[in-house]
Design a protein around this ligand. Structure first.
Ligand code: ACO
Length: 323
C-alpha cells in the first residue's frame, strides 16, 4: 500500500533572539510571569529582510539536504502560513522558485497554527493517490509582523521561524509496522472566529491588522479539541498512548502541552518541547520541533510520532507518523 514516508526534515530560525527580559523593557511584564504562564523563555524575531518566504526557503533547503534529495526531485510544495510575504502570489510559489523548481505544483495552505498538520494531511492525500511522488511541506511564519507590540497579553507569546519535511510516496506492506503517515484527522469550526483572529485584511480594514486573542477562551477549548483528534488517531490505528515513541505537539504554551499529554496518558518524557526556546511560531512550530528532535538523535527511524495542533478558526488536527 502506498504511504507518505518521511525522507527528511529541517528548519531555520532568524538569528535575533529576544528574551523575556528584553520584552519587559517594552511592555509591563516579567520573565517570571511569562515563564510561569507559558513556559516561554525566549523567541527568535525576523529582521526586515527575513520574510516568511526567506525563512521557508532556508528550512526547505535544510530538509532537502537531510533527505539527500535535489530540489528537482520535488513535485509538490505546500507552504502552511498565515503571514505570507504578499496577499498573493502564494509563498509556496516563491519557495518553489527559490529552489529552482519549475515543474509540479506549489500552493499555500492557511489554517493558522494547525497549518502544518493540515499540510501533512493534504500532501498525504496527493502522495497516496499516486498523483505526486515527493512533497515538501513547509510551515513558515513571521508572526512578529502581526503582533501589537503594546499588548502584553499577546506580544510575549509568539516568535518567528520555519520548518519543513520531505514526504515520499513509497509502497509499504500495509501492516501496522508500515513507515509513513498512518492516519490523519483534521477539523474546523468557524463559530469561534472572534476568540483568535487578526483584525485586518483587504476585505475589512485594508490594513494588515493585529492578532487578537481571548487567551483564556482559547485555552479552555484547546485541550478537549486536541485530545479528540488524537483519540481519533488511536482508534483508527488500534494504537494507544503507550505505543507512541514521541509526542510532538504544536508549541503554543507549556501548560496546554502538559495538560493534553496528561489527559491522554502520554508520559512527559515522550513530549518534545521547544516552546521555551521558540515561543509560539504557529504553523512552523511542529516542523521546528521535529527537526530539533531529529538533530539531537531523539527521533529515530521506526519511531511512532504523533503530531497535533489547534489554532485560529478554530482549526485542529492530528497525524500519526511512523518515522
Ligand atoms: N505579563 C504580565 N501580566 C500579564 C501579561 C503579561 N505578558 N499578560 C496578561 N497579564 C495579566 C492580565 O492582565 C491579568 O491581570 P488581571 O488579573 O489584573 O486582569 C493577569 O495577568 C492574568 O491574565 P489571564 O489572561 O487570566 O492569564 P492566564 O493564566 O489565562 O494566561 C495566557 C494567559 C498565557 C494567554 C493563557 O490564557 C494561554 O496560554 N491561553 C492560550 C493561548 C494560546 O495558546 N494561544 C495560542 C493557541 S492557538 C495558536 O497557536 C494561534
Amino acid at each position: 500500500r502506498l504511504r507518505s514516508v518521511v525522507r527528511g526534515c529541517g528548519s531555520y530560525l532568524p538569528p535575533r533572539v529576544v528574551t523575556n527580559a528584553e520584552l519587559a523593557g517594552l511592555v509591563d511584564t516579567s520573565d517570571e510571569w511569562i515563564v510561569q504562564r507559558t513556559g516561554i523563555s525566549q523567541r527568535h524575531i525576523a529582521a526586515d529582510d527575513e520574510t516568511t518566504s526567506v525563512l521557508g526557503l532556508r528550512a526547505a533547503q535544510a530538509a532537502l539536504a537531510d533527505a539527500g534529495l535535489e530540489a528537482s526531485d520535488i513535485d509538490l510544495v505546500i507552504c502552511a502560513t498565515s503571514t505570507p510575504d504578499f496577499t498573493f502570489p502564494a509563498t509556496a510559489t516563491q519557495i518553489q522558485a527559490g529552489l529552482g523548481i519549475t515543474h509540479g505544483v506549489a500552493f499555500d495552505l492557511q489554517a493558522v497554527c494547525s497549518g502544518f498538520v493540515f499540510g501533512v494531511t493534504t500532501a498525504d492525500k496527493f502522495l497516496t493517490s499516486g498523483s505526486h511522488k515527493r512533497a515538501l511541506v513547509v510551515g513558515a511564519e513571521t508572526f512578529s509582523r502581526l503582533l501589537d507590540w503594546e499588548d502584553r497579553t499577546t506580544c510575549v507569546l509568539f516568535g518567528d521561524g520555519a520548518g519543513a519535511i520531505v514526504l515520499e510516496a513509497q509502497e509499504q506492506p500495509g501492516e501496522a509496522s508500515d513507515r509513513g503517515v498512518l492516519t490523519t484527522h483534521i477539523r474546523s469550526d468557524g463559530r469561534h472566529r472572534q476568540k483568535l483572529y487578526v483584525d485586518g485584511g483587504p476585505g475589512s480594514t485594508k490594513t494588515v491588522g493585529h492578532l487578537r486573542m481571548e487567551g483564556k477562551e482559547v485555552f479552555r477549548h484547546a485541550v478537549g479539541m486536541i485530545t479528540d483528534v488524537i483519540e481519533d488517531a488511536f482508534a483508527a490505528t488500534g494504537t494507544s498512548a503507550d505505543d507512541l515513541t514521541w509526542f510532538v505537539p504544536h508549541q503554543a504554551n507549556r501548560r496546554i502541552i502538559n495538560a493534553s499529554a496528561d489527559k491522554l496518558g502520554i508520559a512527559r518524557d515522550k513530549v518534545v518541547v521547544t516552546v521555551d526556546q521558540h515561543g509560539n511560531t504557529s504553523a512552523a512550530s511542529i516542523p521546528l520541533a521535529l527537526a530539533a528532535a531529529r538533530a539531537d538523535g531523539r527521533i529515530q527511524q521506526g519511531d511512532l510520532v504523533m503530531i497535533e495542533a489547534m489554532g485560529g478558526g478554530f482549526t485542529w488536527g492530528s497525524a500519526l507518523i511512523r518515522w
